[in-house]
Design a protein around this ligand. Structure first.
Ligand SMILES: Nc1ncnc2c1ncn2[C@@H]1O[C@H](COP(=O)(O)OP(=O)(O)OP(=O)(O)O)[C@@H](O)[C@H]1O
Ligand SMILES: [Mg+2]
Length: 275
């Protein structure tokens, strides 16, 4: 992205954002609700048109190479009554935009070699996310973390060059957030895929990230954790005091990260405990 500005309904969401993501890199997008994190992901997909600057993906303007992008949208949950098996949800990723119940006999109509290759890739991605124990269960009966892993496998099955994950850690406990982040970093390295992941809480994921982007108050700040995670930079971005602590092993922790509701000024928001 070079000097990009996004607007929805005439309102500027963020402006002058420049960002690079390289193959095999794991980047997180952070920031308060309504700051424009999903808008950033959609700008990379070429869904929301940016009003200024450029967004180039895999050497072409955004939107032209989406078949090579794996995308996990925000807010998806399967009701307990959903009977479709995890493995079939993953297989849907192969069939692109053709939604509906997968018909096993239909996928067998492809040539035997192609069928075998598809089955092989299906097994591969299920193993990659460690979903073998529950892939044959109805997805509605899988836990939140198991569903997330199956959905990551679905986004990966077509060997995307770029993986866009909008809050895949939503509703997971802290150890699971770290576990899924470690898994994503692993996939990133092994499949040499670039990953952009929207997240809410920086601390559990920080050790796994190559770079991060903070979106707040219409601006974005990007860089390596050491460049961006400083009390001075985060305080300036959010307009309220934020502290960064370092433990005995050198790990960084952000304290007092605010959640500014849309329409409120930062002065209205309370700073979290800074003990
Ligand atoms: N289709 C739309 N029409 C009007 N406004 C929209 C639309 N989509 C998003 N917005 C507004 O754009 C702003 C940015 O939205 P976006 O979904 O990118 O935020 P976000 O950072 O992903 O928030 P969250 O953490 O809640 O997911 C918000 O103020 C939102 O209300
Ligand atoms: Mg969002």
């Amino acid at each position: 992205m070079r000097g990009s500005t996004a607007a929805i309904g005439g309102r500027t969401i963020w402006s002058d954002v420049s960002l690079d993501v390289a193959p095999g890199q794991f980047i997180a997008v952070l920031g308060p609700n309504g700051a424009g994190k999903s808008t950033l992901i959609k700008a990379i997909l070429g869904v929301n048109s940016t009003v200024a600057g450029t967004v180039e993906v895999l050497g072409r303007p955004a939107g032209q190479h989406n078949a090579r992008i794996g995308y996990l949208p925000q807010r998806r949950a399967f009701d307990a009554s959903v009977r479709i098996r995890g493995i079939d949800i993953v297989r849907l990723g192969l069939d692109g935009a053709r939604w509906g119940t997968p018909l096993p006999w239909l996928s067998k109509l492809v040539t035997p070699e192609r069928y075998r290759a598809r089955q092989q890739r299906l097994r591969e991605v299920i193993e990659l996310v460690g979903a073998q124990p529950y892939a044959h269960r109805p997805i509605g009966q899988c836990s939140g973390g198991e569903q997330q892993r199956l959905l990551i496998a679905q986004a990966l099955i077509r060997r995307p060059r770029l993986l866009l994950l909008d809050e895949p850690l939503d509703s997971l406990d802290v150890p699971s957030q770290a576990g899924i982040s470690a898994l994503i970093r692993d996939i990133c390295r092994r499949e040499h895929v670039a990953v952009v992941m929207v997240a809410h809480d920086v601390n559990p994921i920080l050790p796994y990230l190559d770079r991060l982007v903070y979106v707040a108050r219409g601006q974005a700040l990007s860089g390596t954790p050491a460049e961006v995670i400083t009390g001075e930079k985060l305080s300036a971005l959010y307009g309220i005091r934020i502290e960064v602590l370092r433990d005995s092993t050198g790990r960084l922790f952000v304290v007092g990260q605010p959640e500014v509701p849309p329409g409120h000024t930062v002065a209205d928001s309370a700073v979290g405990p800074t003990r």
